[in-house]
Design a binder for this molecule. Sequence first.
Ligand code: UN1
Length: 510
Amino acid sequence: MNGIVLPSTDDLRARARAALQRVGVTVPDVGTGLRARTPITGDELFAVPVAGADATEEAIAAARAAFLDWRTTPAPRRGELVRRLGELLREHQEDLADLITVEAGKIRSEALGEVQEMVDVCDFAVGLSRQLYGRTIASERPGHRLAETWHPLGVVGVISAFNFPAAVWSWNTAVALACGDTVVWKPSELTPLISLACDRLLARAADDVGAPRDVHRLLLGDRTVGERLVDDPRIALVSATGSTRMGREVGPRVAARFGRSLLELGGNNAAVVAPSADPELAVRGIVFAAVGTAGQRCTTLRRLIVHREIADPLVDRLTAAYQKLPIGDPFDRSTLVGPLISTAALDGMRAALDRARDEGGELVVGGERRPAGSAPGAAYVEPAIVRMAGQTDVVREETFAPLLYVMTYDTLDEAIALHNDVPQGLSSSIFTRDQREAELFLSAEGSDCGIANVNIGTSGAEIGGAFGGEKETGGGRESGSDAWRAYMRAATNTVNYSGRLALAQNVSFL
Ligand code: UN1
């Protein structure tokens, strides 16, 4: 097989530099510090400065001071900052997509889609800035009013991952700013350039609308920066996206100081394919969900639970689709599968494939590395399908790569039991034309995930819904619906306008 043809690292560096300049970032190249690299060739691009202990302290203090001002700025005025940010994101959609492709290896359409998600959540948060509704509750006492008021919470520490390096920041930041919070952001070490661009656009938006600059601070650095946010009592909410291993450390540490955390951790998402499923639609939905972003979404489809009667023909169709997948340069418009983030990710996929074979699995297609002659440090791989007789240990783990396990079922109850029998609970779907099956899957005795879909894959959620999952996925909800409440504190107000003191629960006193 011919090797993959790639742009040179110099071209990619120039492309990143041009995008950064258009956004307004003075291109850093300090020689030492955090090394921005590109998975497209596996090479380094620039070194950017990192935040030490002093810079971290200064950023937290500045964000805290800004909060004291921002919390009393009327919410619709706060929305103006988010509206301006959304305009700048629209204006620079191509530049941001370039940086996402250079640093995370996303194909063009998915990189543009990620920026679209940011624009969408800004629109959502602008609307939210006029809808931070509390309730009025019927009081049990005459002449009393009982109400719930939502107040800004404080400084939000956002810790984000490489795979959605900009959108996850925007879900948190757009909503937090509308809610009256300020933000300190610790992005993935793998994606500093897109982080610099987002931070710059928000600073420009703040200048344009006259908001304090310190409503947002970016901290580039390694895990010690994240640990400082986790342990600092001035960080009211830590919103962390990443592995379950990371969440297992963050959650208890934040709880130990009675802080709040919002965790969006690993997924091990499955789709049930019932005999009545539309095969064409199912194949397209499955391939995008399993292979999109080279299997590196937290919502990626990792397990397929197929009715025994249709398993062979479905796997044949999937195999044919997998064999035609264009793998390579994510800037090439015909590519559907870009690189894995690192050779370590490739090693992880290979180790999982070996374990799957040891646990009785049969490799159906893919799994081979695609050589990229000019770039030995890049990790291009053929997405793989493995048939498994049962849900063995390796299937119950999240491997962050395009690796799809296929299992079969006979009854829907059995399929749902298999579906739910993993530690994670992010996203799920069922392909069926039988309404009873679909409704059962969505019901309380169906999927146990935070996201449950019908006739669409597990990934690619819209921002309007709340995003997150159960069990080891961490329980947090971000983005749409009423996820904003995690970024605010509720106060219950009892107002007595009767002129008499009446105690609740009929208590008499004095
Ligand atoms: C993630 O992978 O961390 O639903 C987020 C999706 C995207 C977000 C994924 N809207 O696949």
